[in-house]
Ligand binder design. Structure first.
Ligand code: ADP
Ligand code: MG
Ligand code: MG
Ligand code: MG
Length: 682
């Protein structure tokens, strides 16, 4: 990583490339038995489409690439070559590309399965965030005994895990390092007939196979909560991610920091996961489920007492006891610190102030020392802390052929290994250390930022809309240079808020209402000047928020306040709003003004976000919840059985194919709904 900085620190003028990742769940529909199950038998599609004929004939001409994911029932897809963020045509291609991704999977399955694939019985890639009945007896198409060596789960057989050895190994190593199984407790949606919320789930099986089988009864399962005990419950969820490339390191740091306040907002806006393990949850999103699903911290690190029969140092060896520190978060969690928008030519920060990093983040001292003393001077305080923070985690999987001392000149496997098992709301992706065969540095991937909170949506239209919206927001940020900083602890508060049921319409989120834009005052470096920050903050009274910063003195600010997501996205009389900002961007860039008819299509994407934010149309989570609670078989007991799940998934499949008029109009409203129905009817 140090070498990556050496090679790439001064690279500049990289193009704004970007790409998305969509994850699909292979759902087995038995339309005679009216049963929808997770399918573990068709993961051959990944192999068939990964190389050879499948890749050459199906993927390459369509600019599609498939990747393995945690679940054997999961397929991840991306564009083969990234998109150009300065080309309207590329933005317009995304939705079509997403459509083809699913079609290629279906075509491949049809080819292999032949007559076994028919109207009555088939397998469909569905873009659902959480599979409703995962962990409920009979949730897989073929039955597998629940006795997995890797997970020790009471609910999920190991056969749901990707066959590649990396994935069961991750599962096992997280469990053993933690010293007990992961324990996820999601609050149950309390309905009129819901079983006593003061008791733990009555359906937890009593088994006597592994030593921790009794854990749920010793405190691992909490009363009133949906209890889950395995990595698959979280890593089996699907999401939508976008990665974008900045022109240089300074721009990537500014982009990362400025996108950070948007992460909880977009999590709430994209909420799509109201059901876990056959039970309606009192939350709408997946995030904390995945977070808990890979939480490998020992009891000491979590700051709790070990369950009876378990060690407080988990599976870490006794001679490392002294090293174990309290760690506030799981390795899958929200960002702990800003990178700081350092400007290397002016040798100062543009907007960043140390007081914004007001969470006490744990660091790996050795890594911190090494980086901050690095002779190149490339690692300022914030960069050193960023990487030192990633290295508080132990590696989770080491393949023996890779464990030998690496040639740091060419190889950043060690860093990539830690980086790829720190799953946070954003990922700062430095370029590779080694340029390989590339003749010019700009031909290799540069300084990138990955945006990771979004839940996957059911239609290609929505997924394209969210991906495009985030990218256009990023482009607008780079053009108008807003200052969105607020103390990072407030972003964490927002992350908690985003987990509340229907937070989108019922809660408020901290935001820098008086964000300043460079338009207001131009300094030589293109950022707004400090003075102007104060001018713009007028007499409007806000919820002045007092935070203690690292030095112990309190900073009071009138610049941030609590806003509804409607205000953040659509604006209010203080804050312009992200959607108007994006529209201003489209109206002031030649690429988007020269063909208004085509640009109109992008505006529909923005409209989807605007209408969701204002509550005019529901989130997918709200839609799914309503479907369940108004289903004739639903008994107001929070339970979603296989029968309701089949009807729900069939409905979602039809919505995904834009085939169900009433549902489309309910989910998208008249304007967007009618557009979609017309567009997909021919
Ligand atoms: P990961 O799972 O580690 O995030 P993936 O390869 O699955 O990585 O996805 C990375 C995304 O980044 C893809 O959508 C890809 O198209 C996109 N991408 C690839 N190269 C670049 C680049 N140079 N700049 C921006 N995005 C890129
Ligand atoms: Mg990926
Ligand atoms: Mg993925
Ligand atoms: Mg990714």
């Amino acid at each position: 990583m140090i070498n990556s900085f050496k090679t790439n620190f001064n690279r500049d003028n990289d193009k704004f490339y970007w790409g998305d990742e969509t994850e699909y769940t292979l759902v087995n529909f038995d339309n005679e038995q009216k049963r929808a199950t997770l399918d573990l038998e068709h993961d051959y599609v990944l192999k068939n489409l990964g190389d050879g004929k499948g890749f050459e004939q199906r993927c390459k001409p369509n600019n599609v690439s498939y990747h393995p994911e945690y679940g054997r029932f999961m397929v991840e897809a991306t564009p083969l070559k990234p998109y150009d963020g300065d080309k309207l045509a590329d933005f317009l291609d995304v939705e079509k590309n997403m459509e083809i991704r699913k079609k290629i999977i279906v075509d491949e399955i049809k080819d292999v399965d032949g007559e076994a694939y028919n109207e009555k019985h088939n397998v469909v890639p569905l873009a659902v965030t959480s599979f409703p009945t995962m962990g409920v007896k009979g949730f897989t198409y073929k039955d597998y005994e629940v006795k997995g060596e890797a997970s020790h789960s009471l609910f999920l057989p190991d056969e749901i895990i990707n066959r590649h050895v990396r994935f069961p190994t991750l599962t096992k190593n997280i469990r053993t390092r933690r010293g007990q199984k992961v324990a996820l407790n999601v609050p149950i949606f309390p309905d009129t007939n819901t079983q006593s919320l003061s008791k733990i789930d009555v359906n937890i099986p009593k088994r006597n196979l592994f030593f921790e089988d009794n854990d749920p009864f010793l405190g691992a399962a909490k009363p009133g909560h949906i209890y889950m005990d395995s990595m698959g419950f979280g890593m089996g969820c699907s999401c939508l991610q976008v990665t974008m490339q900045a022109a240089n390191i300074d721009e990537s740091r500014y982009l990362y920091d400025t996108l950070l306040p948007l992460t909880p907002i977009l999590l709430s806006l994209s909420a799509a996961a109201p059901i876990f393990k056959g039970t309606l949850a009192d939350q709408d999103v997946r995030w904390n489920v995945i977070s808990g699903a890979v939480d490998d911290r020992t009891p000491i690190e979590r700051g709790v007492e070990a369950l009876k029969g378990h060690k407080d140092i988990g599976g870490v060896s006794e001679n490392r006891r002294g090293e174990l520190q309290k760690i506030r978060k799981s390795r899958y969690d929200s960002i702990d610190q800003y990178l700081g928008d350092f400007n290397n030519s002016l040798k100062k920060y543009n907007y960043f102030d140390e007081s914004y990093n007001d969470l006490s983040t744990e660091i790996n001292d050795k890594v911190y020392e090494r980086l901050s003393k690095e002779a190149s001077g490339h690692f300022d305080e914030n960069l050193a802390r960023h990487f030192a923070h990633l290295f508080i985690r132990d590696p989770l999987v080491l393949f023996s052929e890779r464990a030998k001392p690496q040639d740091d000149e060419y190889d950043d496997d060690h860093f990539q290994n830690i980086q790829s098992t720190n799953w946070q709301t954003l990922r700062f992706k430095p370029p590779a250390a080694y340029l390989g065969e590339a003749s010019e540095i700009n031909k290799t991937p540069g300084w990138r930022v990955e945006f990771r909170p979004l839940e996957i949506q059911i239609t290609d239209f929505e997924n394209a809309a969210f991906a495009v919206f985030v990218i256009l927001a990023a482009k607008s940020i780079l053009k108008f240079k807003p200052n969105f900083y607020l103390p990072i602890s407030l972003i964490d508060d927002n992350m908690g808020t985003a987990h509340k049921r229907n937070s989108l319409l019922q809660d408020k989120f901290w935001f820098r209402e008086k964000a300043v834009f460079k338009d207001h005052a131009k300094e030589s470096n293109g950022f707004a000047s400090e003075n102007h920050v104060n001018c713009v903050a007028n007499g409007h009274s806000t919820n002045g928020h007092v935070k203690a910063n690292g030095n112990g003195h309190a900073i009071k600010s009138t610049e941030w306040s609590q806003l509804t997501i409607d205000e953040i996205i659509n604006g209010n009389n203080q804050f312009v709003g992200i959607a108007p900002l994006v529209k201003k961007y489209l109206a002031t860039e030649e690429e988007f003004t020269k063909d208004p008819e085509q640009t109109e299509k992008l505006k529909l994407y923005i409209k989807l976000i605007e209408k969701r934010a204002s509550g005019e149309i529901p989130t997918l989570a709200t839609y799914i919840r309503k479907f369940v609670t108004s289903h004739p078989n639903y008994k107001q007991d929070s339970i979603v059985g296989h029968d309701i799940s089949y009807d729900l998934l069939s409905k979602l499949r039809d919505v995904g194919n834009v085939k169900d008029k009433d549902a489309i109009l309910e989910l998208f409203g008249k304007e967007i709904g009618t557009y979609l129905l017309n567009r997909y009817s021919n």
